[in-house]
Design a protein around this ligand. Structure first.
Ligand code: ZN
Length: 248
């Protein structure tokens, strides 16, 4: 089974639409979305509507929970906090009810899914080997997929060690040398649809093949200017529009 891995669409409708068009081309069997449907972007209701019925699994991210008033924004930077306040004011009742029904961690087709990390599904950022190692040690997963950092990355357990690799567009090869990805425990981050932060402004998503145990990362151009215009027209901080062009 080919599982389309979507994460962090962040109310960016042009990016979501471009990815859903690419989904038609790549034709995974199912889609999962790891959360942060809302926050930062200006079209939260439209993004939820575009994704909710397409995805077999939907998880809630920290921005979703903050917009529902279920997570304290004290740890958010001022721009993120401003977008949470704006989003809370603009969520349709139907969107709120949908987001309120989501959990932040589950299992699906033999893989573990969480918004942020296995040991802290809402808040922990898995950026480096040390945090990844703690997650490998805390949980017996074989293959896990998380979002939250907005940076596509692959963590592999090789013997006692956990190694981190930034992944590029295309098929990921076994970074420990030649073999199949299936030989090793993996923690995958497919990057962000709506606010990529790896210096590449293109929307990012991935495909995990459960039988072939392969990972393919896809990057998709979308109408960045349209997303920026709607952010500015909504009165959200300019920085949230500016950063989309640079992919950070
Ligand atoms: Zn996010």
């Amino acid at each position: 089974m080919l599982i389309g891995l979507l994460s962090d669409p962040h109310a960016n409708l042009p990016a979501v639409e471009a990815v859903l068009t690419d989904v038609e081309t790549a034709a995974p069997d199912v889609l999962v979305c790891l959360g942060d449907f809302v926050g930062y972007g200006a079209q939260p209701n439209e993004v939820v509507e575009a994704l909710r019925d397409r995805c077999s699994v939907c998880l809630a991210g920290n921005h979703d929970l903050a917009a529902l008033g279920r997570l304290d924004v004290a740890a958010f930077n001022p721009f993120a906090a401003a977008s949470v306040a704006w989003t809370a004011d603009h969520l349709a009742g139907e969107t709120e009810r949908f987001l309120a029904g989501l959990g932040s961690r589950t299992q699906f087709e033999g893989i573990d899914l969480a918004h942020a990390s296995l040991r802290d599904p809402v808040n922990e950022y898995v950026f480096d080997e040390e945090i990844a190692q703690a997650n490998f040690d805390a949980d017996p997963f074989e293959v896990a997929v998380v979002g939250h950092t907005h940076v596509p990355r692959l963590f592999v357990q090789a013997g006692e060690q956990v190694l981190a690799y930034q992944i590029e567009e295309g098929l990921a090869t076994d970074p420990t040398g030649g073999g199949l990805l299936g030989k090793i425990r993996l923690l995958i981050n497919p990057g962000s649809i709506g606010q990529p932060r790896d210096g590449d402004p293109r929307a990012s998503w991935g495909i995990w093949d459960t039988e072939g145990r392969s990972l393919r990362l896809r990057r998709v151009w979308y109408d960045v200017e349209q997303a920026q215009s709607s952010i500015r027209a909504a009165g959200l901080p300019d920085l949230l529009a500016d950063r989309l062009a640079a992919g950070w």
